[in-house]
Design a protein. Structure first.
Length: 404
């Protein structure tokens, strides 16, 4: 399988490794003790300390003993050359082309199946695998690029001059790439119903799509007892993620302005990508923490009473699943691709429905028992998507593909 970075804490390769089904994990960098990756990180640390600190996290105890093939020298060369490309998409497509050559060099390690994120698997690599009789499976981890662009255009029209048009530039190159990949793949995994419906909308036959949500490691998430909180303090409504158009940041900000600060406090955790001038009007209505380490994010989630995530386009928002794990009722959209069911773990509102956002949050503020019950239900639902469930579901799905 092809693993880009440490996405979802290596959930997919860990599940395969524990099931004894991982022939090899190809990845750009993996920081094993005594490896070339580890040695290079030590050598370049004085010059690239920030980058190295991130690369040092590319490992997992659950992959101890797993067969891993990485190419750290190529990765460093790619990073050095990244600035010469017109967009992030062009850079990643070139990386996918180089990865194809490296994987072919190893002859796929004699595997009978190729699995990876669709935006990392070059269409020609998929064709190479087919030529060898290898079954190909692509993981669509976010809505198709064409859907991303469509939603981005809507947001730019709703909120002109709030953010530079980076989606069109950085995503456009993926449209043809994805379409070629879909045509070549035997099977496609979708992490949410939203992604599945988006794939169908953009021409993928439903029979080739399998819905398989990502798991949640609940061990680090210990929600507080919110029933004991003082009744006279404002309700805390929180958001975690990049503060940008795609994730509905302007909708969050505008919703905050509708509430009396004595009734509700609004907090945004994450790096800002919006025009700073646009935020000035909201400084008295929203607290901006900036980007925080994961441990601090969990602390903030523990302080919140409601999680509000008015996103316009995701695969399956990790921050929503983390909020569910922390026992929070959720107000979000169908486009979040979350496991939230309307009226059970939270409330689902149509994208951009400002009145709907206000009504949903007002309901949860006015009905503390409903708020607590939905929060408890959210945690219970998140617990069903654990690594044991995921391992069983993934392996049984891939075995079905092999014997189809």
């Amino acid at each position: 399988m092809m693993q880009d970075g440490s996405r979802r804490a290596y959930a997919l390769p860990i599940a395969l490794h524990k099931a004894g089904a991982l022939q090899v994990m190809y990845t750009d960098w993996y920081d094993r003790s005594g490896s070339l990756d580890n040695l290079l990180a030590t050598l370049i640390s004085p010059f690239m300390s920030r980058a190295v600190s991130k690369l040092r996290t590319r490992k997992s105890d659950d992959l101890t003993g797993a067969p891993i093939c990485s190419w750290p020298i190529t990765t460093l060369r790619n990073r050095r050359l990244s600035k010469v490309y017109d967009s992030e998409a062009q850079f990643f497509l070139e990386v996918a082309k180089r990865d194809r050559a490296l994987i072919n060099k190893h002859n796929f390690h004699n595997a009978n199946m190729l699995l990876g994120c669709i935006r990392n698997l070059h269409p020609d690599l998929i064709a190479d695998a087919h030529a060898k009789g290898i079954i190909t499976v692509g993981d669509q981890i976010i809505a198709p690029a064409a859907e991303e662009i469509e939603q981005a255009k809507r947001q730019s029209q709703r909120w002109p001059d709030w953010q530079p048009d980076v989606i069109e530039k950085n995503v456009r190159a993926f449209v043809d790439f994805e379409e070629q990949s879909w045509a070549n793949l035997d099977h496609i995994l979708s992490m949410s119903e939203y992604v599945k419906q988006s794939l169908i909308k953009h021409g993928v036959d439903e029979s080739r799509i399998t819905l398989l949500p990502y798991p949640m490691d609940m061990s680090a998430y210990n929600p507080p007892d919110r029933s004991t909180r003082p009744k006279d303090r404002p309700i805390r409504v929180g958001f975690v993620g990049a503060i940008n158009l795609r994730k509905g940041a302007p909708e969050f900000l505008e919703t905050a302005k509708r509430f009396d600060k004595r009734v509700a406090e609004f907090v945004m955790v994450g790096a800002n990508h919006l025009n700073p001038d646009k935020l000035a009007a909201y400084q008295d209505h929203v607290t901006f923490t900036g980007k925080l380490p994961l441990t601090k994010v969990r602390e903030k989630l523990g302080e919140f009473d409601i999680f509000f995530f008015p996103t316009t386009c995701e695969g399956s928002a990790g921050s929503v699943l983390e909020a569910m794990a922390m026992g929070l009722p959720i107000v979000t959209t169908l486009n979040a691709g979350s496991q939230v069911r309307d009226g059970k773990e939270g409330l689902i509102v149509s994208c951009g429905d400002m009145d709907g956002y206000h009504e949903a949050i007002s309901k949860l503020i006015a009905e503390p028992n409903t708020r607590l019950a939905m929060g408890n239900a959210a945690r219970d639902r998140a617990m069903t998507f654990d690594m044991t469930w995921y391992q069983d579901a993934l392996v049984s799905t891939l075995e079905a593909f092999l014997h189809a």
